[in-house]
Design a binder for this molecule. Sequence first.
Ligand SMILES: NC(=O)C1=CN([C@@H]2O[C@H](COP(=O)(O)OP(=O)(O)OC[C@H]3O[C@@H](n4cnc5c(N)ncnc54)[C@H](OP(=O)(O)O)[C@@H]3O)[C@@H](O)[C@H]2O)C=CC1
Ligand SMILES: O=C(O)C1=N[C@H](C(=O)O)C[C@H](O)C1
Length: 233
Amino acid sequence: MKIALVGYGKMGKIIDEIATKRGHEVVARLKETPTAENLNNPDVVIEFSLPEVAFDNIKACLENKIPVICGTTGWLEKKEEVEKMAADHGTAFLYGSNFSLGVNLFFALNEKLADLMKSVVEYSCQLEEIHHIHKKDAPSGTAISLAEGIFKHNPKFDAWKLEETRENQLGIFAIREDEVPGTHSVFYRSEVDEIEIKHTAFSRNGFALGAVFAAEWIKDKKGNFTMKDVLGL
Ligand SMILES: NC(=O)C1=CN([C@@H]2O[C@H](COP(=O)(O)OP(=O)(O)OC[C@H]3O[C@@H](n4cnc5c(N)ncnc54)[C@H](OP(=O)(O)O)[C@@H]3O)[C@@H](O)[C@H]2O)C=CC1
Ligand SMILES: O=C(O)C1=N[C@H](C(=O)O)C[C@H](O)C1
């Protein structure tokens, strides 16, 4: 399969290595807005760039009818617009706040726990995410997905707020530390105890491998998808 990498920083470079090892041809490595010319006719684009450029990058690819796997976080207010664009252009789009298998299992566990906790009034809930000091957005896309998973099952919570936990509001605490690849925890606290579930990434390799899996899966599909579709979860 021919893959174009839009964004060629920490993630783009690891995806390049993994995609090549899996027998794919990387036909473009871009640090600029994609065009029909510089994309070099790929089957799929994998987009890991910056929050402020992701929308324009995705738009340019979808307008050229190229399916996009997007891992860039921090631009989600425009996700609906992108999904409409993918449908209108008869191509495919998949956003994943986190492409690792472990985090996608953790998302499922988070939803099960949220469902269990829905009728237990004694517990407040808060999330913590720890990332490297270069990260541009806060809270992380993964923390937002965890919060959305909780809202889906537990009507007690319907909003999140950075650094502040209230009765009906999830606090998301964002910590920036050294070169941490990504650690996420969900806490339920009562007067007498605490429940914690936690995922720790040891490197970026799991994110990159998941993005390549998603690219292999989406080739020749049309519509809007998530990692749940890819992993059959
Ligand atoms: N969903 C997931 O599983 C994961 C998501 N992420 C997210 O992916 C994104 C990228 O992460 P990471 O690789 O660590 O970040 P980096 O900052 O290392 O890489 C971003 C790259 O984008 C390039 N760039 C700048 N402008 C453009 C443009 N207009 N078009 C295309 N590329 C451009 C930058 O170029 P230059 O070097 O010249 O500035 C840089 O190479 C972040 O939003 C991060 O949160 C990260 C890991 C996992
Ligand atoms: O910026 C990162 O590095 C990461 N970003 C993603 C996020 O915002 O959740 C995924 C992962 O945690 C690494």
